[in-house]
Structures are given as structure tokens and as C-alpha cells.
Design a protein around this ligand. Structure first.
Ligand SMILES: [Zn+2]
Length: 470
């Protein structure tokens, strides 16, 4: 018995359904027409890092202790990145291993550095400097067309059709790898590029269709190959149109809750470019390529580190700032002001509920206390306030000198393309296999791990938040 999981980062049914009806996406269509299928409710915030781990553990962020890509390290006055070692909870394939099943997990975000697995783990975004595959010997067998990180990024100075050629190849390389590792009982493959295309090309119908088709070809391959087993299609969150982005810490500074020291200007020195590249795992890839290609890649790296944003951690007064924001509606009260925490939370809630977009719309639909919407042993790490935005507005935590991204002059964007798509709460779900009847349901992302464990007959741990769907 085999279970294959196809995880398309940021996939949403909305743009897919009209093409299914025209017969253009038979892979997606198989799940929509013949399987258990529907929208998949993900975590709050609707974000890659907590989303994928909620899938693989069946647990909410309050149990995982992870709510974003980073956490605020008040003691060291830093915004600290969280990698795979920063999570609590057990991935479901480790429970399968106890019953003797092997697994191949390909490119799932938040798995670097690799943990030991009963099978093969090819880690996903973001990577660091070290080994990125378990077992290490398999790393040397990764073919050259499988790039560790996606290196084809949309930038202002490149034709999106050209970028899309590279992205199609990257998508194919992931499905090729799934076929290479087919001998394992469980095969999981993530496709991160879909989210990237959605962020930058949401309003480009042609590119979006090319992207959907590239993923659909892979989906069809997996379905054909797994004709006697169960195949699951899922995403870590959805996507939809974006109208504008706002800089939450600029808002907090204006309201007097955050204090700026000086605005450290970011300079595009070669060293910074290399550092950024190393962080993204691109530089090593670049070094082994011809010079002309290296330059193109370095230009792409520059695009992600243009002059428009300024580092938060070097620019704020950590002692006098009472509240700090991260992305995605997350706000943290400085522990130095714990005595006035409740008043600060109330004040901030009022500010957020009154915050209007440039055309007068409410930016936040709802504002919660973190302890009201998460549960588990790690609520101490939870954001104090979680704002749910009207999804056409996206919250960023870096500083730019502006509250709204649309006010930033175009030249400051350097090589970077403005985002036109952003995450949504509802992703996609589909399950086909022996005895599964077509039916529309609306499961939670926490239900996937227990569903897969049940398919193998493996015991479902009691502290998992979800329940099996069949
Ligand atoms: Zn994602």
C-alpha cells in the first residue's frame, strides 16, 4: 500500500476550477470530480512555515511553538530565524517508521537542517550552509537539474515568460525526484514554486495558466503511477489578489508604541549580496555556473535585497519600544512592559481596528489575543495580538519609511517586482484511492496527518489536533 502526497505551496481552488471545467487541468480535475475534495483550512497566520508543519504533525502552532519564520529574541534584541530544530512535535512519517514503513520527503519547506528519517529527506526552503539531504550519501546523487532552492525569480528586468521556462524545469525536477524515490512506502513532494508564481504573477493570466499546467502534468504523472494506492493533493495555504502592503512597525512608530533610533540605510555592497545569496542557498549554486549565469543569479539576489527596506533590529530602540510587529498580523508586547501588558494590548487592538487603507477601507477584519486562538504547551511563544487583515492588504515588519508600499517610489524597488498576490486561509484538499467516493468536504490541515496514519493502520497519537477524514 502506498500513499503519495502532492503538496502545492499556496494552491487555491478558485483559479483552478474554471480550467478544470474546460478540461485543461485533468490532474486537478481527477481530485475535484472523483475524490474527497474541497477547501483546506490552514493555520493562522496562513503562512508556509507553520502551515507545512501543521500538516506533518497534525498540530496547531501553540503545540509546535512556531508561529512565523522567525521569533522575537528580546534578550538578544534580535529577530531570530527558526529552522527545523526549533519545532516541537513529531512528523507523522516518524510514527510510520515505528511500524516499519519508509518515507521519501521531497522539498517540504521548514525541514532544514535535515533530521534522521526512515528513508530519504531532501530538505526544502529555507536552507543554510550545511548538508541538506538525509542520508548524506544521497545528496551526491541529486541530479544537476534539481536546484536546492528555486533560482528562477521574477524580477523587473526579465521577461516573465523566460523566468517561467526555468520555473517549469524546477517543477519537473521535483516530480522526477518523486519517481526516483518511488520505492518508498510514502512519497511526499512539495512544489514551492507555485507560491512564488502566485505572489508575483497573480494578475498575469497567461503565466498563471502555464504554472497550473506545469503542476498539473506532475499531478497526472503521480496519479498514473500510483493507480492502486491513495493520492492526496494539498496545500499549506491558499492565495488571492493583493492590493497593497503596509509596514506595521512604521504604524507602531507613528502611534508611539515603537521607538526608532536611527534609520540604518541598507547598502548594496558586494558583501551584502553574497551574504543574502548564502542565506538563500543560491550563491553555492551560482559559483559552479558560467560567469554570465552567475551574474544573472546575483542580480536576482539583489532584487530580494533592494534599498527600499531597512533592517528592523538595528534601527529600533529595544528598551523603549513597547510593541513590535512581525509580518502577517503578529504583534508582540515587550516583556519589559509586562505590567502594562493588558492596557497595551487594548490600545493596540483599538489602533488596528481603526487603521484604514488609503481608500478608507478597514485593514483589519478582526483582532485576537494570541492565547485565545492557539492552544498547547507553547503559548508563551505565541504573539500577544493577532490581527486578521482584509486579505487584499498584507502586513510586513521591515521598515521602509512609508506605511503603505504603494507610496514607495518605483526606483527604490531596484530589481524587485511588486507583489500582486498574497496568502489566504483556504488552501486545497483532494484524496483519491480505493473505495473513496466523490464528496465535497472542508477539512482542517490538522486532519491530514491522522488521515495518513489511519490509511497505514498506524496508531494515531492522542495529542494530535485533527481527526481522520476516512
Ligand atoms: Zn506557502
Amino acid at each position: 500500500m502506498k500513499v503519495v502526497v502532492i503538496g502545492i505551496d499556496g494552491a487555491t481552488w478558485d483559479p483552478v476550477i474554471p480550467y478544470i471545467q474546460k478540461g485543461l487541468l485533468p490532474g486537478y480535475g481527477k481530485f475535484w470530480n472523483e475524490g474527497l475534495h474541497g477547501p483546506l483550512l490552514t493555520t493562522i497566520p496562513y503562512l508556509t512555515q507553520p502551515g507545512w508543519k501543521a500538516y506533518s504533525t497534525g498540530k496547531n502552532p501553540g503545540k509546535l511553538g512556531v508561529f512565523y519564520w522567525s521569533r522575537i529574541d528580546w534578550a538578544n534584541m534580535k529577530v531570530a530565524h527558526i529552522n527545523s530544530l526549533g519545532f516541537h512535535g513529531t512528523d507523522y512519517w516518524d510514527f510510520l517508521a515505528e511500524d516499519g514503513y519508509t518515507a521519501a520527503v521531497i522539498d517540504m519547506p521548514s525541514t532544514y537542517p535535515p533530521k534522521k528519517i526512515n528513508g530519504v529527506l531532501i530538505t526544502g526552503h529555507p536552507h543554510g550552509e550545511g548538508d541538506w539531504v538525509y542520508p548524506k550519501e544521497f545528496q551526491d546523487r541529486i541530479p544537476p537539474n534539481y536546484s536546492k532552492e528555486g533560482i528562477h525569480l521574477f524580477t523587473k528586468n526579465e521577461d516573465p515568460e523566460v523566468t517561467m521556462n526555468g520555473i517549469e524545469e524546477e517543477i519537473r525536477s521535483r516530480f522526477d525526484m518523486a519517481e526516483t524515490l518511488w520505492e518508498h512506502d510514502l512519497v511526499h513532494v512539495s512544489i514551492l514554486m507555485n507560491d512564488h508564481v502566485s505572489h508575483f504573477m497573480w494578475n498575469n493570466e497567461q503565466i498563471m495558466l502555464r504554472n497550473l499546467k506545469a503542476n498539473d502534468e506532475g499531478i497526472q504523472r503521480m496519479i498514473r503511477k500510483n493507480k492502486d494506492g491513495y493520492t492526496i493533493l494539498m496545500s499549506d495555504h491558499g492565495n488571492g489578489p493583493l492590493e497593497d502592503e503596509f509596514y506595521a512597525n512604521e504604524l507602531l512608530a507613528k502611534e508611539g508604541l515603537l521607538v526608532l533610533r536611527e534609520r540604518k540605510k541598507s547598502h548594496l555592497t558586494k558583501e551584502r549580496v553574497v551574504n543574502a545569496g548564502t542565506k538563500l542557498g543560491l550563491y553555492k549554486v551560482a559559483r559552479s555556473l558560467p560567469i554570465s549565469v552567475q551574474n544573472r543569479i546575483l542580480k536576482r539576489i539583489q532584487s530580494m535585497d533592494s534599498e527600499m527596506e531597512i533592517s528592523l533590529e538595528e534601527s529600533i530602540d529595544w528598551k523603549r519600544s513597547k510593541v513590535i510587529a512581525l509580518d502577517e498580523g503578529l504583534f508582540y508586547v515587550n516583556p519589559l512592559y509586562n505590567e502594562e501588558k493588558e492596557e497595551l494590548e487594548n490600545e493596540l487592538t483599538k489602533i488596528l481596528l481603526n487603521f484604514k487603507s488609503k481608500n478608507g477601507k478597514n485593514v483589519f477584519k478582526n483582532v485576537f489575543k494570541g492565547r485565545e486562538i492557539y492552544w498547547g504547551d507553547h503559548l508563551d511563544d505565541a504573539p500577544d495580538i493577532v490581527g486578521i487583515t482584509n486579505e487584499i492588504y498584507h502586513q510586513r515588519f521591515s521598515l521602509s519609511g512609508y506605511i503603505w508600499a504603494s507610496d514607495i517610489p518605483e526606483e527604490k524597488y531596484a530589481y524587485r517586482t511588486r507583489q500582486v498576490g498574497q496568502h489566504r486561509l483556504k488552501g486545497i484538499f483532494g484524496l483519491i484511492g480505493p473505495g473513496v467516493q466523490p464528496k465535497m468536504i472542508s477539512p482542517s490541515i490538522y486532519d491530514l496527518a491522522p488521515t495518513i496514519l489511519k490509511l497505514y493502520g498506524t496508531k494515531i497519537p492522542e495529542d494530535i489536533d485533527g481527526k481522520p477524514l476516512i
